[in-house]
Design a protein around this ligand. Sequence first.
Ligand code: ATP
Ligand code: MG
Length: 267
Amino acid sequence: MNIAVTNRKGGVGKSTMSLHLASGLATLGYRVALVDTDSQGHVSLSLDLPETDGLYRALVNDEPIEDIVISVEKDAYSPADNPAKGHLFVIPAEDKTYQISSHIEQQPFKFLNFTDDLKKVLNLHFVVIDTSPTIKDLDSQIFMATDGYLYVSEAEKLSRHGVEKAIKQMSGLVNDRVRHLRRPTTVLGVLPNKVRNTDSHIYNLEEMEAAYGKYMLDPIRLRTAWSEASVYTETLFTYAPTSEAAKEAWRMIQQVVEAVNAWHQTK
Ligand SMILES: Nc1ncnc2c1ncn2[C@@H]1O[C@H](COP(=O)(O)OP(=O)(O)OP(=O)(O)O)[C@@H](O)[C@H]1O
Ligand SMILES: [Mg+2]
């Protein structure tokens, strides 16, 4: 299954949650590729991997997957006392990523085909796609490839608005996907992030509950462990595996797995 982690708003935690979702799924036993589609290259930075233009080389130069994929060591993302039972791969992005769309605009299914190849070659269960906040031409290709969406949102008005815009963008493609590809699309969850116990956050959470009801995942609180782990280029699962923040991350992963299982049953 291809999962896009998205919001039209910047800085809400898309890359952080992509990294932890992919790491958590790999820890549980799944084979996962984390695809960075943002030229900021945050996935490589977060895991201290070399910053290379793997996605560009795969999509524009048609280089084989074996040559561009990075296989991540288990101790880089999973707890020492619970090493990953599955496997995490990364497809890295960097500066050149923003040029990709102009090279492949005549091939609207290029990104989709790439994710299909990834799954075949690496024998994957999941492709987790970290998206960029800016509207780019590559979006329609990424969203054409997406089976399930995880929307990350702060409990703030602008962030909620970013989710609304992203959902509108998705809705425009859902029918096309079924018509052309016979692939249905689902929402795996709306994840409130960086939540504090302030009146305004409580109000915004209620508004989100009213708008997204059953799709709402348990909130992830604003906690320093998240940014500290990122400063030390670690995941929470290696940096602070017993922290409240790590517990909340595991809850998110569990809820996404439940949503995936429910989706498989309806297919
Ligand atoms: N729950 C949290 N508590 C505290 N800090 C957090 C939390 N979630 C994310 N952060 C921090 O917020 C910052 C922004 O997160 P991140 O880079 O994941 O956002 P993004 O949506 O990917 O941004 P961009 O739109 O630039 O791609 C990072 O420094 C990250 O460590
Ligand atoms: Mg990001």
